[in-house]
Design a protein around this ligand. Structure first.
Ligand SMILES: [Zn+2]
Length: 163
């Protein structure tokens, strides 16, 4: 009788441990952002296209964005919150159809694993508001080897000539 109880105790303890581990592993890490707004407020502030990209992770059609072939000196800031994300001297000519950068400003981007569309990609979002920008790939032609593929509709160019 004592042995049975003892065994039951061990079994129960193991199952409890197992359950704890399972539930911990299943939890998606919750990322929080400094700028957090209600969905209806984003909808009011952004154009339908900007909302679709920044908040619904949409993608503009290739070769249609205003910054695809844009090469001026300045910074590109998040259209959702204004945080500077990319510098013009890190932008390169790419034939992929979207603005492409070899690197982002330090701390400006949060990287999220994206397994949608049957692929494993790294989504890039603004670290301040969580606004979707695009994806980063490891096929960049410059020394960093990175290609930050960004939607024009999710960024604003700021000319720094007068600074
Ligand atoms: Zn932002």
């Amino acid at each position: 009788m004592f042995n049975k109880l003892y065994l039951f105790g061990i079994l129960f303890f193991s199952l409890t441990l197992l359950n704890c581990q399972t539930s911990t592993n299943n939890k998606e890490p919750k990322i929080t952002f400094k700028v957090s707004k209600k969905d209806k407020d984003w909808k009011e502030e952004l154009s339908p296209e900007e909302y679709q990209i920044l908040r619904n992770k949409g993608t503009e059609r290739p070769n249609t964005g205003i910054y695809n072939m844009h090469f001026e000196e300045g910074v590109y800031a998040c259209k959702g919150c204004g945080q500077a994300l990319f510098k013009s001297n890190n932008k390169f000519m790419s034939d992929c159809g979207w603005p492409s950068y070899e690197s982002a400003l330090p701390g400006a981007i949060t990287y999220i694993k994206d397994t949608s569309l049957g692929m494993v990609r790294t989504e890039i979002v603004c670290s301040n508001c969580g606004g979707h920008q695009g994806h980063v790939f490891d096929d960049g032609p410059t020394s960093t080897g990175k290609r930050y593929c960004v939607n024009s509709a999710s960024i604003n160019f700021i000319n720094n000539k007068n600074e």
